[in-house]
Design a protein around this ligand. Structure first.
Ligand SMILES: Cc1ncc(COP(=O)(O)O)c(C=O)c1O
Length: 392
């Protein structure tokens, strides 16, 4: 049994797709199960759950988040605009250096700020949270970020950096500029990095220590996203981590998380077709109409189905996935762009019953696709964006 194989409704939707274009296919029932369970875990343990909109910009998913979660995390006022009436009465956390977020019709608005200048233009009705650099709260070899320091350590390019020279004065100046509206902190661990329960807890404790040092009685602590690493995405493991977190943070502090990728784990598939192939000494190379650079950014994928058309119907290629003993060969799947690193992945796979190995027109379905693929889905050099299908 192939554990990555899509459920029947999704497999049927994939069967109905054209044979000559790439597609991203999402199982909305799977997303709904996760959204409901994650929302329930947050409610049970007194942690607000905000949907990181950038992670899955699809109206059906925004609707699910509006129905089952506490609100939204928007990366910009433009992203929050998409909420429309769905923001009403909800909590919206927004990163907004421009001050334009005041137009968002949220019931409760928390704006993440990084400087006194941003505080000066923040709409008066918003609560303000100072962004702290995750890499400077819990330094360690696992710190990730866009800044490559001379020591080789990577640190975050976002947020105030506790511990750095002048950071205490910087924070104190921001609190003063906020005139009582700075309610706490916002920390996010990084774009695609996963966060462990221990790190989440250590980050919360470190943020509380920064507040103590400042003499600021915080009432808000938003720990951002990246919870997909907790128990490999199992919601039970998230619930246990939230319980521990809640116990470690005073009840006077409203706690929030902003999961993105976690909501879509196990829910997405991508479909590509072989358009060309060649044999190298140790591997086969197959070019797909599916491109990693255009259609699969930030994705950790695994092959789910190997299909070929027979008399107009898609059939599994037998003996390919998994490979029959002794017949496995490395197959490198690449995208169709001119970009050398446009590689989908390389796996050890077998031959079809008739001895064919991924002939032109055969179809590869990969699992493990999340909503960021849809968020980034684009074209390049004449390659079109992938067709997007959301299976109800
Ligand atoms: C501020 C913020 N919160 C939450 C998220 C969601 O992260 P993830 O999809 O890793 O859970 C992101 C993603 O980049 C983010 O920038």
């Amino acid at each position: 049994v192939n554990a990555s194989a899509p459920p029947p409704a999704v497999a049927a939707a994939i069967d109905a797709l054209p044979a000559d274009e790439p597609a991203l296919v999402y199982d909305l029932a799977a997303v709904e199960r996760r959204v409901r369970a994650i929302g329930a875990a947050g409610r049970s343990h007194g942690v607000r759950v905000l949907f990181a909109m950038k992670s899955f910009p699809h109206d059906a998913v925004i609707d699910l988040a509006a129905a089952h979660l506490d609100g939204f995390d928007a990366g910009s006022p433009g992203e929050a605009d998409r909420l429309g009436a769905r923001a009403a009465g909800r909590l919206v956390s927004i990163t907004d250096p421009s001050g334009r977020a005041g137009d968002v019709p949220a019931g409760d608005l928390v704006i993440t700020v990084e400087s006194a200048a941003q505080i000066a233009v923040a709409p008066p009705r918003a609560r303000l949270a100072i962004r702290l650099a995750a890499s400077h709260l819990v330094p360690g070899p696992d710190a990730v970020g866009g800044v490559l320091e001379d020591t080789g350590r990577r640190t975050s390019r976002f947020g105030v950096r506790p511990g750095d020279d002048g950071s205490r004065d910087q924070l104190a100046a921001m609190v003063a500029a906020g005139r009582g509206r700075v309610v706490g902190f916002h920390v996010h661990h990084g774009g695609v990095a996963a966060t462990s329960p221990a790190r989440l807890l250590a980050t919360a404790r470190a943020a509380l220590a920064v507040a103590d040092e400042l003499g600021l009685a915080i009432t808000w602590l938003d720990l951002g996203g990246s919870q997909h690493g907790i128990g490999d995405g199992a919601v039970g493991a998230l619930a246990a981590a939230l319980a521990e977190l809640r116990a470690a943070v005073p009840a006077s502090v409203e706690l929030a998380i902003e999961p993105g990728r976690l909501l879509a784990l196990d829910a997405g598939y991508a479909v590509g077709h072989v358009v060309a192939g060649r044999e190298l000494a140790e591997r086969s190379v197959r070019v797909l109409d599916l491109s990693r650079s255009c259609h699969l950014r930030w994705q950790r994928i695994t092959p789910a189905l190997a299909l070929r058309q027979h008399a107009g119907a898609w059939r599994p290629m037998r003996g390919v996935l998994p490979a029959r003993t002794g017949e496995a060969r490395r197959v490198l799947f690449t995208g169709p762009t001119c970009y050398e690193e446009d590689v989908i992945g390389e796996w050890k796979l077998g031959k079809d019953d008739d001895g064919a190995r991924w002939p032109d027109g055969s179809r590869l379905v990969v699992a493990g696709v999340d909503g960021y693929a849809l968020a980034w889905n684009g074209g390049f050099g004449g390659i079109a964006p992938a067709r997007v299908v959301a299976v109800p």
